[in-house]
Design a protein around this ligand. Structure first.
Ligand code: SAM
Length: 244
């Protein structure tokens, strides 16, 4: 049926494309894409060829009316290069204008790096604040961090490899030495999650510029450090003694 379809795509492992996402892309009259090379690869993986229209920050205002017109009698799918569209990616104005025009909006849920990193970090998940990307420059970044220092929620941030160490240092300076996790290359070959305090993580990444895509997860204020290996061993020994 005609309308706008928000289609989540894998954040690394192509097998994470859902059957419903594949069916929606195959049936789309046109797919609005960030980068047609990236989406062409995904479509190739499922053996599908559909017309693509670039939709990104630089042309969105110009292309949006045309896409809205096509949704009246056709199915328009929106994808981003990876993960869920609209999450640190273009799309919210397309949804807003489609709604305003009475066009049906459907989401095909799937991977997103925010949620995936939260499931890996081992930090509280009952309340979290997604901050997207911090400002790249020191001053605005420190201000952004100080604005959320009192928030009693786990923080989730997107970051790039070259800026990781500086971001961890700024978070340490602005929030204190909280527990945190760095999740990198989730669902890809070199996937890795490293946990520690912000100062430990800042030191670890100070002279190694990690490659790939990164999510930082930071504990809320006042969350005690996880039990160390010794503590867990002692608890296991005590449990075994009770059983025997
Ligand atoms: N829309 C995407 C989503 O739903 O996650 C996010 C798009 S944003 C432009 C790209 C950022 O997401 C990357 O810089 C990185 O911080 C994070 N990211 C995407 N894929 C990732 C992965 N496989 N592992 C870790 N972080 C990832």
């Amino acid at each position: 049926p005609p309308g706008l379809y928000i289609v989540a795509t894998p954040i690394g492992n192509l097998s994470d494309l859902s059957p419903r996402a594949a069916a929606t892309l195959s049936a789309a009259d046109v797919i609005a894409v960030e980068d047609s090379r990236v989406t062409a690869k995904l479509l190739g993986h499922i053996g599908v060829k559909r017309p693509m229209v670039p939709y990104h920050d630089h042309n969105a205002d110009r292309v949006r009316p045309e896409l809205l017109a096509r949704m009246r009698d056709g199915a328009v799918a929106l994808v981003s290069d990876a993960g869920t569209p609209l999450i640190s990616d273009p799309g919210y104005k397309l949804v807003r204008d489609a709604r305003a025009a009475g066009i049906a909006v459907t989401t095909i849920p799937g991977p997103s790096a925010v949620i995936s990193a939260l499931t890996l970090a081992g930090l509280p998940t009952d309340r979290f604040l997604f901050l997207g990307f911090l400002p790249p420059k020191g001053g605005p970044r420190a201000t952004a961090i100080s604005e959320i220092a009192g928030v009693r929620a786990t923080l989730v941030l997107y970051e790039s490899g070259p800026r990781l160490a500086a971001a961890l240092e700024a978070l340490h300076a602005g929030l204190g030495d909280r527990e945190a996790a760095v999740a990198r290359e989730i669902s890809k070959k070199f996937e890795e999650t490293v946990t520690g305090t912000l100062s430990e993580l800042a030191a670890r990444y100070a002279d190694s510029r990690p490659k790939g895509e990164i999510v930082i997860v930071v504990a809320p204020p006042g969350v005690p450090a996880a039990a160390g290996e010794e503590e867990i061993d002692a608890a296991l020994r005590a449990a075994m003694a009770r059983l025997s």
